[in-house]
Design a protein around this ligand. Sequence first.
Ligand code: NAP
Length: 461
Amino acid sequence: MNKNPSNVMALAPNTSNKRETVCIFGTGDFGRALGHKMIQSGYSVVYGSRSTQISNLIPKDAEVLSHAEAAQKAAVIIIAIQRQHYNFLIPLAEILHGKVLVDISNNLKLNQYPESNAEYLAQLLPGSRVVKAFNTVSAWALQSGTLDASRQVFVCGDDMEAKQMVMNIVRALGLTPLDKGSLLAAQEIENYPLQLFPMWKFPIFLSLGLIVFFFLYCLALDVIYTYIYEKNNFSFFIAITIPNRVCPVMALILLALVYLPGIFAAIIQLYRGTKYRRFPDWLDRWMLCRKQLGLIALAFAFLHAVFTLVTPLRAFASWRTSRRIISQALNNETEPLNNTNAWLSDSYLALGILGFFLFVLLGITSLPSVSNNVNWREFRFVQSKLGYLALILCTAHTLVYGGKWFLNPSAYKWYLPDIYMLSLIIPCAVLVVKFVLILPCVDKPLTQIRQGWERNPKHSE
Ligand code: NAP
């Protein structure tokens, strides 16, 4: 590895406010934004460009030279040029020998080329030390002070010293470097800005499918059925009543779906007698998006709480209350307090409030800033133990609410069960199987398997 004097200079401890000189090839949007940020952070910036004419877009204190001249002035050269133009670097191979080349490029499509742009650059200039960085930061974020965008900069490269030099620059710019390992990781880093919420796709499509199903289900039973058989036009139920039936159902089912893959995984491990065989792909993918499923469930629980709070403000609610009072007054009736009903209603509300509280706690601990500050055991305690407690409370909340009329034949319109009965199927199944799994006779072999024990070791080959 060539250690030219400029490299040594770049690594020397900085005793003044002025940092070393960094070269940027390309005076385009990104080159200019990065150069501006670097000058602000105390670096000297020299641009390598096809045209050495200074335009007023170039940061004021920067120099603009030819590529060859600029490269000689710095140990670190940032290539702010699209991959398709990299060929122009080949004649500069000698000057770039031993220099740290920072590939910041992105592509237009996922896996657009067989190799990553950074690996391609390393193949073109084998004597240079290529590091991938900065591609996840946009020119706009750099210009706007990186205050309202992600500060994470993924860095990878085969040369540890070169990587450290780039990570030091990242830190000096007020960004957070994240070492992703060798240059092999460059493909993944280049694909990262092209992905659109990859972990959210399955939870969002699943939620949309379930919402449409439950909404139409409620529409049929609460509006169409009532219109046909009772001649009541309750179409306004579409605004609040039906959403307030769909939201808790969605929250409960999605929360149960967060814990269901763990149950499947335990059953599969018990059946196979080993943890050393991969789970089916669908289960792996499901496990990876549990956090997203939980956050969507929390959003539905929150909407349910808001819809419930506005219920007394509705014209329908005040009409129903006044109708009951007037009818009691006309018939000279008094309604004694039904203690059982009062207990049921208070317990139902208390269970809902406690369940929602734990739900919010689960959401908060899933935030990276919080989960980074708890250890593995604490994280598992909240997500698993408190998570199951939240599921128990929310399931009990639904059971107490609908318990009485689940058994009432009038709840079955068109022989269909009420939506709340449907919502209880998955949560109850999860809780019952979980209860079986924590019985000592099942839990013991499962724990052994998870610690590496195998019932039949040849199965793991
Ligand atoms: P740009 O505005 O089009 O600038 C590209 C620069 O490349 C040009 O200004 C030009 O600089 C130089 N160039 C163009 N054709 C060339 C050729 N044939 N030979 C040599 N140099 C040539 O693009 P950009 O937005 O700055 O993006 C530059 C790189 O940064 C890309 O790889 C992009 O994927 C990556 N990136 C951009 C952003 C962003 O937000 N813009 C974010 C992350 C990564 P000179 O005229 O000075 O020679």
